[in-house]
Design a protein around this ligand. Structure first.
Ligand SMILES: Nc1nc2c(ncn2[C@@H]2O[C@H](COP(=O)(O)OP(=O)(O)O)[C@@H](O)[C@H]2O)c(=O)[nH]1
Ligand SMILES: [Mg+2]
Length: 315
């Protein structure tokens, strides 16, 4: 598939319209999008990528809006990729993000893109990963990735971040439980947003309790408080994010972390493709239904049926 050479070049030159067009290509699963990513990939890896995660309503979008203002004041160019698969049936989340980030829409130094659900089999997560790479290639200094909580996706965009910020709100005990139970990986920075709420001190105590039980690494996870709506605590939060980045650069863990992340990405992409390929093949194969008939009739157990499929298609 030939790549539109001028599109790649305009993207690398930082042209916003080229970036928007390129992201639409990957979003629509257009082979030209994949080819474009392949071409510009050597130019990625320069952006500081912050993943912002947390339950819906915690204030991620609002907080990103405030962090973007901070970065613009420091004269950094920014891209925001907001991924919200939790609202596949409405455009509500999208619209909300747009309104919240509205003050930045006229600023050429800020590029904002929302992705909701995507019908194609490859799914939202693969497309969002490509989109993040395109933003990086377009020379954005800072990239913020917004994503909802615990990843169920095979390819998790948060694995693409150098720094992971978890946004909680007072009373949002589920996320603390998820941390405690080890369902959610310990992030690099934790912030309790909507901190004017009376339950904030309790929440902060609980989080510190959970952190004290986790294995201690060289980085001490800071627990901060913000009020995203009026920007309170946002500069301190940005400071913590920058400190984390400086820390991993100093310790040499940035490259280690990126290697680990890329390894996960490659593995996840390969896995999801094998799965898709296998599903497509089996759908067309009458032998598969006969195998299921055998399982239904109790002549064959499910694990043996699966082994038979693997023997035929994978090994
Ligand atoms: N009181 C208060 N409301 C907030 C704060 N931050 C965000 N909100 C509100 O909380 C709601 C959800 O915010 P949003 O940024 O969309 O959350 P997201 O789903 O995590 O992206 C919105 O109505 C925000 O205006 C805050 O610091 N204090
Ligand atoms: Mg949001």
């Amino acid at each position: 598939m030939p790549v539109d050479a001028s599109l790649a070049q305009r993207l690398l030159d930082g042209d916003r319209r080229a970036l928007a067009r390129a992201i639409s290509l990957v979003e629509n699963d257009d082979p030209a999008g994949w080819a474009l990513v392949r071409e510009v990939y050597p130019h990625t890896g320069r952006a500081a990528v912050v993943g912002v995660t947390g339950a819906p309503g915690a204030g991620k979008s609002t907080l990103i809006g405030a962090l973007v203002a901070n970065r613009r004041a420091a004269d950094r160019s920014v891209a925001v990729l907001s991924i919200d698969p939790s609202s596949p049936f409405t455009q509500g989340a999208l619209l909300g993000d747009r309104i919240r980030l509205a003050e930045h829409f006229l600023d050429p130094g800020v590029f904002i893109r929302s992705m909701a659900n995507r019908g194609a089999l490859g799914g939202l997560s693969e497309a969002s990963l490509q989109a993040a790479l395109l933003m990086d290639a377009a020379g954005r200094d800072d990239v913020f990735l917004e994503t909802v909580g615990v990843g169920q996706a095979e390819v998790d965009i948060i694995d693409h971040a150098d720094t992971v910020l978890l946004v909680l709100m007072p009373g949002g005990g589920d996320s603390v439980q998820a941390l405690k139970a080890g369902i959610m990986e310990i992030p690099d920075v934790i912030v309790v947003n909507k901190a004017d709420h009376p339950l904030t001190p309790t929440m902060v105590r609980e989080i510190r309790g959970v952190l004290s039980l986790a294995p201690q690494g060289p980085w001490q996870v800071p627990v901060l408080q913000t009020e995203a709506v009026d920007g309170r605590g946002v500069d301190e939060l940005m400071e913590a994010l920058l400190e984390h980045r400086a820390h991993i650069e100093r310790e040499g863990t940035l490259s280690e972390r990126r290697r680990r992340n890329l390894r996960m990405e490659v593995l996840a992409l390969a896995t999801s493709r094998v799965r898709r390929e296998l599903e497509q093949r089996l759908e067309r194969e009458p032998g598969f239904e006969r195998l299921i008939d055998d399982v239904v009739a109790r002549r064959l157990d499910p694990a043996s049926a699966a082994a038979a499929i693997l023997d035929q298609h994978v090994r």
